[in-house]
Design a protein around this ligand. Structure first.
Ligand code: NI
Length: 305
């Protein structure tokens, strides 16, 4: 872990740029070396009063895990949440707490993911995205957008393989490459892992030994199936959702237009039924990340990756 953290490099100019957004007073420092680096950058850097790169206005937020107030839970609810921490694979949270989590796998892409993010923002709902490392590598800005808008991230491997077919070394690489890519872009070491195809045989012990919390689901919307309609996705959720449910959807990796089309109706249904839609860390009362980005390891927030 320490080697992994120290292996991260930051660009000084970007780091300063980032810090200036958070601490306006530091903009007055005008360190000569910083000026030189700005000067050698793009023309936009000449006018620091008008940052035009999108991520500047959406810096990576500091992660804060807020445990639920135990006084608000009855004994059964507390016992259910405590038990989750001992489960090697989690499928759902307490059936006694009327909260659910929406999860979106296989992204981020630049087609469906932004549409899903738009709807989540309009509905003021936060979700959990299990990202594929190579997709994050292709779409780093989208990964940043996800996090900057208050959603959380989990690891869904580098290349979405079938884990039972991998050697130990290949699995190690799948996990590490995805982790490092996510870390490079958003500065977080993720804690949640979701195996592709729900297939974990032969790899479970290795994954657990690396400290991940393995997350599956109890409501599969089957939005990954060809020909799936928005109404079909919606009806599956209506039929299967319960308090504590983890709902599986996808934001990339195929035609996700039905997922997008059903999402608003799904969210409004859940709200009308009295469900609180939360991120997985809140649902499970387990932190999503193993670190909080610091001044030293926070990646640049100006759009450069
Ligand atoms: Ni997947």
């Amino acid at each position: 872990m320490s080697l992994f953290l120290s292996g991260c490099t930051t660009d000084q100019a970007d780091q300063v740029h980032n810090e200036q957004q958070k601490h306006p007073s530091s903009a007055e420092t005008n360190h000569p070396q910083d000026q030189k680096q700005y000067a050698s950058g793009s023309k936009q850097n000449a006018d620091q009063q008008k940052p035009s790169k999108p991520a500047v206005t959406n810096p990576i937020p500091k992660y804060e895990f807020t445990p639920v107030n135990p006084d608000t839970l009855d004994q059964k609810q507390s016992e259910d949440l405590a038990r989750l921490k001992d489960q090697s694979v989690i499928f759902n949270s307490s059936r006694k707490i009327k909260k659910v989590a929406l999860t979106f796998d296989d992204g981020p892409d630049d087609q469906y993911t932004p549409q899903i993010l738009d709807i989540l923002k309009e509905e003021n709902v936060h979700a959990t995205f299990f990202v594929v490392g190579k997709m994050a590598h292709k779409n780093p800005q989208m990964l940043k957008r996800i996090v900057s808008e208050g959603h959380i991230i989990g690891n869904h491997t580098w290349d979405h393989p079938l884990i039972p077919k991998l050697t130990q070394k290949q699995l190690e690489s799948e996990l590490e490459r995805a982790d490092q890519e996510i870390y490079k872009i958003i500065g977080y070491k993720v804690h949640f892992f979701r195996p592709p195809y729900e297939a974990i045989h032969g790899g479970k012990e290795q994954i657990l030994a690396k400290g991940y919390q393995i997350i599956d689901w109890d409501v599969d919307t089957e939005d990954w199936k060809a020909g799936r309609t928005p109404e079909g996705i919606y009806q599956t959720i209506v039929k299967e959702v319960q308090p504590g449910s983890i709902i599986l959807e996808h934001c990339a990796g195929g035609d996700r237009s039905a997922t997008v089309k059903s999402l608003r109706k799904t969210i409004q249904y859940l709200k009308n039924q009295g469900y609180e839609i939360v991120t997985l860390d809140q649902l499970l009362q387990i932190p999503a990340y193993e670190n909080t980005p610091t001044k030293e390891n926070t990646p640049p927030a100006d759009g450069r990756v």
